[in-house]
Design a protein around this ligand. Structure first.
Ligand code: BES
Ligand code: ZN
Length: 600
């Protein structure tokens, strides 16, 4: 899709139709003492005739100098007014024929993409750690760039850090430490700025197959290699489904627990939370999800954040197809039902008429981070399930494979996708248009009535157990021996919202929820214990909230605490202690929810 035909991005000041970036050469020094990245970014450009300026996004950066291609001729630049969400436009005067500009700059402590961890916040407790999180619009807080998913570029980088630490990027990566602490990177496939990533820490590598492997802190590496043993099978399954993996290697990086997301699909190197290291490989659908982004998202990219469902909806659908290939339909169906539970929860929270439940969003004037929710994931997936139901898998799979192949390394907006879907699929199958109601999915709230029901046969035993329990059966008598963590999570979701502390206690004694090492089970269990005032879980809850920085877990738990006066006080106390462990992505949400501690 030619960039100029796509929807314009309300979250970037870049004007790619005038001057667009094509390649980045980054040269950065990582200073853990000053908590600062400093160096230079050289951008190779393509100017349209008559263009006079290059517009870049920045936020909380210090710009020391800007020079033209030879690195010595300085040019006029200007930083615009600061917007708390969008940052400041950097306008650089570029004479016609300019092929490159270099920006000499430094990051500041406010850089929202960066989390600088002290040694105590790592598994090894000896070395500090740095990681970035650029999606959605935080790349501009560590690189002056055209921070729009509609603009792609290749890059190379030199990163200098402490010699005891390994540096990794969303690029070709080293597998061992260098003697000097200096590393060079090359990313030959063009990517949007939100996929720029860097991590620096005491990291080691373990291969899983010829093209896959895991990076983690030494203490975490053995657990991680065990957990992700099926990684190569996942990549192979994904390729069988929707075409070749286009990024050469696929590695995972296990971050310290403060990582604010479950996973982030940084190309060639997915970042994951250690909270999926359950020991029993039960939470690896998250890896399938991030892997699927290598097609939906990284290869064919949402043009703006309003089109986010094109990234996430396809990815959830693809993730579950991978899981089905590896572990069978009954397994994947459990994931579908759990997804539906989340979807209905989100619909209730946002309200049936909310425009934020449309697939095509209108996030102009808002922080995309606050507007991006479960709808893109689960309603998007549900649209694809409906398409599958109407046209059949063979036709849908052929469509998706072609869609990825024909738009590889390009961006896509909702309007162009809708036209493509009509032309390539809906118009080819008689009655499909009628049975799918595409416009209702995209531009109306809630879930269209045409959506097929989603069911799980394995959850029948969970419904049965819940039923017996409601009729007075004691926990010991429930038939739960074959259950995976998914059945347990579904069971916890099915308990009454206001169950008593005594009832929880009898269950906890038999099933050991409070002591569970599975983060999904804990995060389904704690809201019940909070609401019931079940004190025996308090210490485990506090420990969880202090250790883990994953926003998806934190927000519902703090929300549950905030519903009672004693809980409110507890929430404030825990947050005061835990806040320094959280990434800005999490604190920006929690500061609003819990209130910013006065000392912070
Ligand atoms: N790309 C997202 C994470 C993201 C979305 C970061 C929007 C910033 C803005 C990633 O692929 C994702 O969806 N992660 C999920 C896990 C997934 C299994 C639903 C998460 O982190 O919980
Ligand atoms: Zn995703």
């Amino acid at each position: 899709m030619a960039a100029s035909l796509l929807a314009t991005d309300p979250h970037s000041c870049a004007r790619p139709a005038e001057a667009v970036v094509r390649h980045l050469s980054l040269d950065l020094t990582v200073d853990f003492t000053a908590r600062e990245l400093r160096g230079r970014a050289t951008w190779q450009l393509e100017l349209q005739p008559g263009a006079t300026d290059l517009w870049l996004d920045t936020r909380d950066l210090v710009i020391d100098a800007v020079t033209l291609e030879d690195g010595t001729t300085s040019t006029i630049f200007e930083l615009g007014d600061a917007d708390p969400v969008l940052g400041q436009a950097l306008r650089i005067q570029v004479p016609s024929q300019t092929r490159a500009v270099t920006i000499v700059y430094r990051t500041t402590p406010a850089a929202a993409a960066l989390q600088w961890l002290t040694p105590e916040q790592t598994a090894g407790k000896i070395h500090p750690f740095l990681f970035t999180q650029s999606q959605a619009i935080l790349a501009r807080t560590w690189i002056p760039c055209q921070d729009s998913p509609g603009v792609r570029f290749t890059y190379d980088a030199t990163v200098r850090g402490p010699q005891e630490l390994l540096a990794l990027m969303s690029a070709e990566n080293p597998q061992a430490r260098s003697a000097s602490g200096e590393y060079t990177f090359r990313m030959p496939q063009p990517i949007p700025a939100y996929l720029m990533a860097l991590a620096v820490g005491d990291l080691q590598f373990e291969p899983l197959s010829g093209r896959t492997g895991v990076y983690a802190e030494p203490a975490t590496l053995p657990v991680a290699t065990h957990e992700f043993a099926d990684l190569e099978n996942m990549v192979a399954a994904a390729e069988e489904l929707y075409g070749p993996y286009r990024w050469e290697r696929y590695d995972l990086l296990v971050l310290p627990p403060s990582f604010p997301f479950g996973g982030m699909e940084n190309p060639r190197l997915t970042f994951v939370t250690p909270t999926i290291l359950a020991g029993d490989r039960s939470l690896t659908s998250l890896v399938a999800h991030e892997l699927a982004h290598s097609w939906s998202g990284n290869l064919v990219t949402n043009a703006t954040w309003n089109d986010f469902w094109l990234n996430e909806g396809f990815t959830v659908y693809f993730e579950r197809r991978i899981m089905e290939r590896l572990y069978g339909r009954p397994y994947a169906d459990m994931l579908q039902v759990l997804g539906q539970t989340g979807l209905h929860h989100t619909l209730d929270e946002l309200g049936k008429e909310s425009i934020d439940t449309h697939l095509h969003l209108d996030l102009a004037g808002r922080d995309p981070d606050e507007g991006l929710n479960e709808i893109a994931y689960e309603k998007g997936n549900y649209l694809l399930l409906t398409l599958e139901h109407v046209v059949g898998r063979d036709k849908l799979d052929a469509f998706i494979t072609k869609y990825f192949a024909e738009h590889a390394f390009q961006s896509m907006d909702t309007a162009h996708f809708v036209a493509y879907l009509h032309r390539e699929l809906l118009d080819q199958v008689s009655g499909a248009e009628e049975q799918v109601q595409l416009d209702k999915w995209i531009n109306a709230p809630g879930i269209p009535e045409v959506a097929p029901p989603v069911q799980s046969e394995r959850f029948a035993s969970v419904e049965a157990a819940l039923q017996s329990w409601r009729h007075g059966a004691v926990p010991e008598s429930l038939e739960t021996t074959e259950w995976s963590s998914h059945e347990w999570v579904h069971f916890l979701h099915g308990l009454p919202e206001h169950i008593s502390a005594e009832q929880l206690q009898t269950m906890d004694a038999v099933f050991g929820f409070t002591q569970s090492g599975n983060a999904e089970i804990l995060s389904a269990w704690f809201p019940l214990t909070i609401r019931a005032g079940y004190g025996a879980a308090t210490e485990a809850l506090q420990d969880f909230l202090t250790r883990v920085g994953r926003r998806k877990f934190l927000v519902p738990l703090y929300k549950a605490l905030l519903t009672t006066p004693t809980g409110q006080e507890q929430a404030r106390q825990i947050y005061q202690r835990a806040r320094s462990n959280y990434h800005s992505v999490s604190t920006s949400t929690l500061d609003t929810l819990v209130g910013k501690p006065s000392a912070a």
